[in-house]
Design a protein around this ligand. Sequence first.
Ligand code: UDP
Ligand code: MG
Length: 313
Amino acid sequence: MTKLAIVCPCYNEEAVMEISARKLQSLFDRMIADGLISPDSFVLFVNDGSRDATWQIITRLHQTDNRFKGLNLAKNVGHQNAIMAGMMTARDRSDAVVTVDVDLQDDIEAIPRMVKAFHEGYDVVYGVKVERTADPVLKRLSAQAFYRLQERMGVKAIYNHADFRLMSRRVLDELARYREKNLYLRGIIPQIGFPSTTVEDVIAPRPAGESKYSLTKMLSLALDGITSFSVKPLYAILYLGVIFILISLGIGGYVIYSLFAHTAVHGWASLMLSVWLVGGFILVALGGVGLYVGKIYQEVKDRPLYHIEKFLD
Ligand code: UDP
Ligand code: MG
């Protein structure tokens, strides 16, 4: 039977801890009764350097029910790193790990469906938001625009999926090979490429407390979502340079025409041409440097070259 670990990152979440713990407890009881997961399955709360009573609550929960486990990070390291810490701790103590925000805005009723998909042989099960009317309009729209931009930048990510997903132990073992610091899990997990499927996730409003994702945290995550996966912005400089040089050819024609037609003021022609031509050359040179920076960036990441899904020995 599957030993399941549910990893929940918690940052100043004293307002929701008890409510969520109760919901998770009843979910566990049901899943154990249905024979989906083993009785030694557990919830791992990762306290991401909270300054409120979150850790005290986790400690108390652990004392009352040892299916609640706690990991106390020494300081706030952010959502992605907190999830990583939890997954790496849960990995050799379980068969599969589900990550879900502790406010349980994601539909935890999707978790039994995730486990069923895992039993069917899927290594990754993504929770995909089909309904997010509970999210503020601005958040929903900006998130969806971002997913599209990401797609155009060539980043492979699942549309409308955040970090609510199930991963098998062997996926976590592959994930452990990624040593990069600017973590963007939504990009890395699909890249590992193991058999995956999706389940529907309906977003609920936050039961208590406020969003811990400040605007700066959200922007920095969005930036990571593109810059940790795509060198396209660097290469775009090169294309821009070429476009500038082409424009300067057109302007060259116009300048020569103006000289012959005597409509040009003295000095205008040389200025006009050099602005576009020199600008174009500078951009091309920058783009050329960008090509190398892009390679250095990929080398420095030192990502695994391949993931072995099966070996018939
Ligand atoms: N979180 C965290 N570290 C941080 C910020 C947030 O561990 O520095 C956790 C937070 O406790 C929650 C999850 O990340 O479990 C998502 O945060 P939140 O629900 O506030 O974001 P939103 O749902 O508003 O996007
Ligand atoms: Mg939330």
